[in-house]
Design a protein around this ligand. Structure first.
Ligand code: SF4
Length: 291
């Protein structure tokens, strides 16, 4: 690789430009980013030329049933359940590019795991317009660091348009409607182009997720739902992220074990449920995507 000179002046003795190790690192990062963008463009072009037939709902329902039988062992949490890698291998065999990953950009573990077996997989990010700056930074870092294709899934209305039509701060008055318009409906429309989606949902997240299966039929969105890391504990997740030096949202280390939109997420106190900071004080614990 060609060494890069930066304008730090000239060397006192030789008159040669001073080369900075940091400049070399920056150049390598630019080259990696360019190679990734080129690979993403190649994949987009390849997929555009393929007439993919989405299987019917009954065919996909049958695929979900097969997945449960092959991977689910004796049931959620049983010792004979498949590993995350085995679940992903089955999903890639079964759905190929018809598989998408959903990410809230809390961490990049699932996106990384899937990208190891399906490089440039689409990673759907629900860009509601209300995210923390740290979450948007994590999204940018994931795109920069991983062999994935981040797809921003946006609502039809910007926040300003929603304020004009429905009044400001709808999340305070009617969070169900706000989540429906800004998260659930846009994601449903985006998922319609796929046969299956992989989520980072884990049984350790909350009591309501305690028996989440590895594979199921998602009757709300009419496709197969795959939760490869459903059985992982918090420690499993953290140690995997550390071992593979993966991007994580800095808010995780700042008291936010579960991260959603900024107006609807607070820090949790020690001993509280990990999702206690989501829509705190309201009779609401899910946005509606995982129902
Ligand atoms: S989490 Fe809050 S701000 Fe985000 S879409 Fe739902 S109600 Fe709106």
């Amino acid at each position: 690789m060609t060494a890069v000179s930066v304008s730090l002046g000239v060397g006192p003795n030789t008159g040669a430009p001073v080369s900075s190790p940091l400049a070399g690192t920056a150049q390598r990062a630019r080259e990696r980013a360019a190679a990734r963008e080129s690979a993403r463009a190649e994949r987009r072009a390849r997929l555009a030329g393929v007439n993919r037939r989405r299987r019917s709902d009954s065919e996909l329902w049958e695929a979900a049933r097969r997945g449960q039988a092959e991977l689910g062992g004796s049931g959620p949490g049983s010792a004979d359940e498949a590993t995350a890698e085995e679940v992903i291998a089955w999903s890639v065999r079964e759905f190929g590019d018809g598989l998408a990953v959903a990410s809230s950009m809390t961490d990049s573990v699932l996106a990384y795991l899937v990208s190891q077996q399906l490089p440039w997989v689409d990673v759907l990010f629900g860009d509601t317009g209300y995210h923390f700056a740290e979450t948007l930074g994590t999204r940018a870092a994931v795109e920069h660091e991983l062999d994935v294709t981040v797809v921003d899934v946006r609502p039809r209305l910007t926040v300003a348009q929603q304020d004009a039509v429905h009044g400001p701060d709808l999340f305070e008055r009617d969070p169900e409607a706000c989540c429906r318009m800004r998260k659930v409906e846009p994601m449903r429309e985006a998922l319609a182009g796929y046969e299956a989606w992989a989520t980072g949902l884990r049984r350790a997240d909350s009591v309501s997720r305690a028996s989440a299966p590895l594979v199921s039929w998602d009757s709300s969105n009419n496709l197969v739902k795959i939760n490869p890391i459903a059985g992982w504990t918090d420690d499993d997740l953290v140690s995997y992220a550390l071992r593979h030096r993966l991007v994580v949202n800095p808010l995780l280390a700042d008291g936010y074990p579960s991260i959603g939109c900024a107006p609807c997420t607070r820090r949790v106190e020690p001993g509280e449920d990990a999702r206690a900071g989501r829509w705190a004080g309201l009779d609401k614990s899910e946005c509606g995507l995982h129902e």
